[in-house]
Ligand binder design. Structure first.
Ligand code: ZN
Length: 233
């Protein structure tokens, strides 16, 4: 009996210490969010060999918002954003976008002034960079379109994230175009084909996607003709 008690004690003791590892069993919900955000942030940094220091934290504020402070080197995800994440890829999308901003700020004071004057340009750049970061870290970049289709409104000024970020479907189409050109595999073999929010994006972007396809086909045709000419010479 005594042996059994010792065994039970040891079992309890070792499992309760397991929080230091990958087992979150004994942590409360909020702490788990904090840990998850932090782990995913560092995974994206490491996978992309980013040698700049950044921190990741969770804010219990219910605003639909993600923000940065300290020259965009500290990235914060607010509780209000959590209902918009249906999987890890979508959280990775927002983290990657904010990391991309952090990298621009790391380039120094003049860059941050330039970012202030041309926010749209730097937002588009951060979206493309986020796609690259996601792919390198093993996340599906289509999730950036999906999560933005949920949170990025057509009109500005609803909440702070909306007011500092470009609105509209144009932004989503630009991300789609970037994935189409650079990582078409994710669109051909698309895990999100049946996703509610992706299907909605397909509806709203039908004409724009058609134009992208035509443009790319023309480019291919042009290249073929060029090569044919070369061969003839
Ligand atoms: Zn941004």
């Amino acid at each position: 009996m005594k042996k059994l008690l010792v065994l039970l004690f040891l079992l309890f003791f070792t499992t309760s210490c397991a929080y230091a590892g990958s087992d979150y069993l004994f942590l409360d919900k909020e702490t788990k969010y904090q840990k998850k955000i932090m782990e995913m942030g560092f995974r994206i940094l490491n996978a992309n060999r980013i040698d700049k220091r950044m921190t990741f934290s969770y804010d219990t504020n219910k605003d639909v918002n993600a923000y940065t402070y300290g020259g965009a080197k500290n990235i914060v995800i607010c509780k209000g954003l959590l209902p918009y994440f249906d999987d890890d890829n979508e959280l990775a999308a927002i983290l990657s976008h904010e990391i991309a901003h952090g990298m621009d700020y790391h380039d120094g004071f003049f860059k941050s002034v330039a970012m202030g004057f041309a926010p749209k340009k730097y937002e588009e750049k951060a979206d493309k960079q986020a796609v690259d970061y996601m792919v390198t870290a093993g996340y599906n970049p289509v999730a950036l379109i999906i999560v933005l289709n949920k949170i990025s409104g057509e009109k500005k000024g609803i909440s702070s994230w909306f007011s500092t970020h470009p609105a509209g479907s144009r932004r989503l189409v630009l991300i789609y175009e970037y994935i189409y050109k650079k990582y078409p595999g994710y669109l051909v073999d698309n895990d999100y084909r049946r996703n509610l929010y992706y299907q909605n994006f397909l509806l709203i972007s039908k004409d724009d996607r058609e134009k992208i396809r035509e443009r790319e086909l023309k480019k291919i045709e042009k290249n073929i003709k060029k090569n044919e000419k070369k061969e003839a010479v």
